[in-house]
Design a protein around this ligand. Sequence first.
Ligand code: ADP
Length: 737
Amino acid sequence: MIKTLAVMTSGGDSPGMNAAIRAVTRRALDRKLKVYGIYDGYEGLAKGGDAIRQLQWEDVGGLLQRGGTFLGTARSEKFRTREGRCQAARQMLEHKIEALVVIGGDGSLSGAHVLAQEWPEHVDQLRKEHEEFSSRGEIPNLQVIGLPGSIDNDLFGTDMSIGADTALNHILHAMDNLTSTAASHQRTFVIETMGRHCGYLALAATLAGGASWVLVPEEELELRWHQKMVDAIDKGRKIGRPHHIVIVAEGARHPDGLTITSNDIKRILTERLGLDVRVTVLGHVQRGGSPTAFDRILATRLGVAAVDTLLDAPDAPHCHMLGLVRNEVVATPLTTVVEKSRAVGVEIETGNYSQALELRGESFKNTLKLVKTLTRILPAQERHDDGVVAILTGGADAPGMNTAVSVAARCLLNQGIPVLGSRDAFMGLIRGDFIELDWDEMVGWVNRPSSEIGTARIDFKPADLAMIAENIQKHRIKGIIAIGGWGTYVKIAELAAQRENFDAFNIPMVLVPATIDNNLPLTEYCVGTDTALNNIIEAIDKIRHTAGATRRTFIVEVMGRQSGFLALMSALASGAEKAYIPEKGISLAELNTDVENLKKSFQYGKRLVIYLRNEMASFHYTTDFIRRLMEEESKDQFEVRTAVLGHVQRGGIPTAFDRILASRMGSTAALTLINAMQEQSTEISVLALSGRGTTTFPLPEAIKEMDLERGRPKHQWFLQLIETADALAKVHAGSGT
Ligand code: ADP
């Protein structure tokens, strides 16, 4: 069993690295390990001295919201030499470090791999040269765990690397801002994104940001690719598109292998179309800033798993990278990670683009295909006259609903199927109030908050069903896509139950999960949840800034209805000390313990403690009740304040994650419906993001998974993270801020 572990960051920094260091450190301390932080990457590991410092619980406090890495990173030429690595091995022996957790990109991970491979030889040499090591007993092999830290998202073995989500949000933010100025000036913008050989950021930004054209390194371009681009933009201008954005990944290439720069594109568009083109090279802004909720949670899960992997399988030789694959932590040998991650670059360098694309995998290929459909200036097929599809957004609004409507509508329109938006959810169906969704208009909806076609909560009156049936027939509605939450699922189930009475209801329907509460069956995430999570952690970060010198506890009330997802995940992402959730309820005994813990925390030097309370965690122990109880019991040792975040959580422009999820679900909803209509099936399908990707389930299966009495799904994957959240927020002597 190892006793001492070191953690380091190396290579290019990425937002979320601090969260990973914090998680590794705290989990390791909690499991009684001694922890060293290595400053300045491999340079520091070889140098030793003050570059290797012991880390305590409080050293990693207040870090979650900070971008970059507090341990610093450096590129190290020394470590590329055998001699440099032997110096590093010596430092590690001196500190009795038996395991190393390295957070970085493929370069950093190959460095770790080489060190682990050479370890026995370095130990032999050092034993021969130094008396202090030769007299030591057996020295075991070095255990190495790598964590993917890179904004480029170019690592094999993980769906997302730490930092990529934040970088993508920065790009989208820039695009949103440029779109508004471009629209007022009829401008065309060229945006260059980072990513080395990987087109992920460019592709995802095009999907989620509504760009007109994209160039990625993995796609083999035609010799006259620029002609196609010029034609498309010209056509767009002629039909009155107010603006255009062209995204170029830094690694994009001409078919002859030469790099395409953003200035090349500017020149082409200016010369050929006489456009006013502005170039924005986003550069290091993409790396900066506070990490998103997704990156903080990803980093935290992987950091905790790194320590657990080392301790729970002490006899296994560890030389792995841990990644998140389909929402599960998965270990892949470092050799495979490095080899496969680099292979794509090699294929691109040698002009084998199709092989490069193949290596990126199915999801990347599908996204590229979807982007090609969505960036079309006009639909591929003429509008036909075999009936229409109606789309509605139900219940409370959720950020990303517009994205889902926009993508679903365009996928249908592309096949020639006209699409109607039902105004104010089911009200439109009852009153026959629809708006025709038009291709060109839809492009601009991808980044709009709330729902343009309107949402509403209603209960059906008996007459309503007949009206809906009448309007389905009158408007020749052949299929329905309903985007919404719990209430929308229940309403669609009510229509299904009335099929015998109303023949019009015998059409295929698709449900898309969209609610900030993340309380729907079979899906790991719903559209809107990620935006709400980010709204919450931004608010908590701000509350932290008000701490001053006082000893203060904040009870922050968040939404989520009967699901504790938002409370628990935002506690994990913001470092809040506790989350009261409805799945566990609140007891008086627990509140007593909490008061004692608070007293202890403040005695140990904390200045601010944040407790989160889900709005329905307990009927009687309300947020205000808890505040009063704690204030009384604090005996003037600390103050208690409350902050009820309310509708701030629902607002704002949808995040990258929500827009991408909404795009995928929107396109799957359209395809599912088109298939069903062709096969004359009347199935009602429910979409879900599950271990297998975006999948569809028949409605009865989804209903079976709904605990209708409690108002939440029977299985909730995130409950497995309660232990992680508790472990990282424990009250420790000297636990600091
Ligand atoms: P990233 O980890 O972001 O890909 P780099 O490729 O610059 O960044 O790698 C970071 C550091 O990892 C390098 O400066 C070097 O010290 C070390 N490193 C990279 N590749 C190797 C290798 N093959 N052998 C030993 N060390 C390496």
